[in-house]
Design a protein. Structure first.
Length: 226
């Protein structure tokens, strides 16, 4: 399963497409390490757009907000629940924050989002990286799995008709659903990414994201744990 997933994991490119067509490296949120792992420490992480899985009709990097999008794994059109093909402007229109709080029982995560694909089906995944963190490859990836406790996975949600959604979950020491494991607090991880996948077929598999041609990485919340 681990080898299979690593073939899929071009799950996200943490090089972010900007309007010029160039790429820049994610700026990871850094905090005073002396504050950890005190329970009650809380901070917000900003959303960052990801362009790894999208292409235009000519299988090139999409340019312009009106450009229709395809999933570059199979060149399948990215479709909204109402049947229209998603544009780059819609895809990049999502905004939001993730609040991360370290508690005695692990890590509490609350995500609030706007500008999602209306009525779209989404899932959230936790990726962990060892030092020196993500550097344009997944060589340092040591864990990947669904957000939430294994006993009550809460990594899926459906956006409202207005394109909004809220999601909350708790993580603690456990094996992750794809591979790897985490300690009782995400503060023990060197780098963490909360990755969001949009499921254009409206189907969800809690343990894995499913067929790569049916989902697209849309955005990520990256932060450092140490």
């Amino acid at each position: 399963m681990q080898n299979l997933f690593k073939k899929l994991v071009p799950l996200l490119s943490l090089s972010i497409l900007i309007l010029s067509g160039c790429y820049k490296r994610i700026e990871i949120l850094r905090r005073d390490p002396n504050t950890f792992p005190t329970p009650g420490v809380s901070f917000n992480v900003d959303l960052v757009h990801v362009a790894l899985h999208i292409e235009d009709k000519n299988m090139r990097t999409p340019e312009g907000d009106a450009t229709l999008l395809w999933n570059n794994r199979g060149h399948t059109p990215i479709i909204a629940p109402d049947g229209h093909q998603v544009t780059r402007g819609e895809f990049n229109g999502v905004t939001g924050t993730a609040n991360v709080t370290y508690i005695n029982q692990g890590t509490s995560i609350a995500i609030n989002l706007q500008g999602l694909v209306p009525n779209g089906v989404y899932s959230i995944w936790v990726l962990t990286f060892k030092l020196p963190g993500f550097h344009n490859s997944f060589a340092n990836l040591i864990g990947n799995g669904a957000l939430g406790l294994n006993s009550e996975v809460k990594n899926t949600f459906t956006a409202s008709s207005a394109g909004t959604a809220s999601l909350s979950a708790r993580m603690q020491a456990q094996s992750l659903s794809i591979f790897g494991s985490i300690g009782n607090c995400l503060c023990s991880e060197y780098e963490v990414h909360l990755m969001a996948a949009y499921h254009s077929n409206n189907l969800i598999q809690n343990g894995t994201p499913g067929d790569p041609s049916s989902w697209i990485t849309q955005f990520v919340f990256p932060f450092r744990g140490d």
